[in-house]
Design a protein around this ligand. Sequence first.
Ligand code: SAM
Length: 282
Amino acid sequence: MEFWYTEKHTNDVKFSIRVDKQLASIDSEFQRIDVFESPAFGTFLTLDGYMMLTEKDEFIYHEMIVHPAMAVHPNPENILVIGGGDGGALRELAKYPGVKTLDIVEIDKLVVDVCKKWLPQTACGFDDSRVRVFYQDGLKYVRSCIDKYDIIIVDSTDPFGPGEGLFTKEFYGNCFKALKEDGIMVNQHESPFYPKDAEAMQRAHKRITESFGICRVYQAHIPTYPSGHWLFGFASKKYHPVRDLKVRKWKALDLKTHYYNTNLHAGSFALPNYVEEILRNV
Ligand code: SAM
């Protein structure tokens, strides 16, 4: 008998992965947490029935949510991750010797515990000595931060359930205040392809442009997310995401990445016409 994990991407589209076994299923205070083992994508984590990450393709998401901003900011020392309880973003950030503090605000401690048990390849990000973990709502956390961070990475769930507040105008405004004068915020920006996702993406982009002077969107191909076409937001007070890319400095760090490189960085900000159009119409 075959078992399949199936996720509804639209009323007319479903995405399925053959599963060998279910490793965990827990109801936390905030969401249902499931972990599965699959032949094609290895171990994968879902929250409330939505794909968060798989062992095989998480490198794309985590490298792309971290390295573009790190390669643009001239001296990123104090970093905040909001969400990101799997530890993948922390793992990428911990590769930088110049980082001094790595704060993470995750609402659900159980996500972290489950990832430490079943997804050590991402949860190893928590092992770095610069990491400080705060278990609370990111929306509330940023309200009290002023002029504190060089980079904020918003590695949230989708804009419903516990993640809803992380797509609001209030949240983006508070991230702006929490950043230093040349700070950068990066957020997972949903997919542009299916109309419902594109609307959420457009709404988020509009709200970000209300707080930040420089707002760009970049893309990556992530096989297990709806449509496979995924966007990230780059919101900045001072630096341009392509013109201020420090190619030689980043290459000199000699970091091991499997997806990101500085050629791809520049290309990822070149968007298809239909995405440009959605963003123009905010
Ligand atoms: N890569 C993922 C994706 O977009 O599919 C996101 C991964 S990460 C597991 C998302 C995390 O955000 C979850 O662990 C969730 O608990 C956390 N989260 C959701 N809402 C939050 C909030 N308001 N404050 C802090 N963390 C939150």
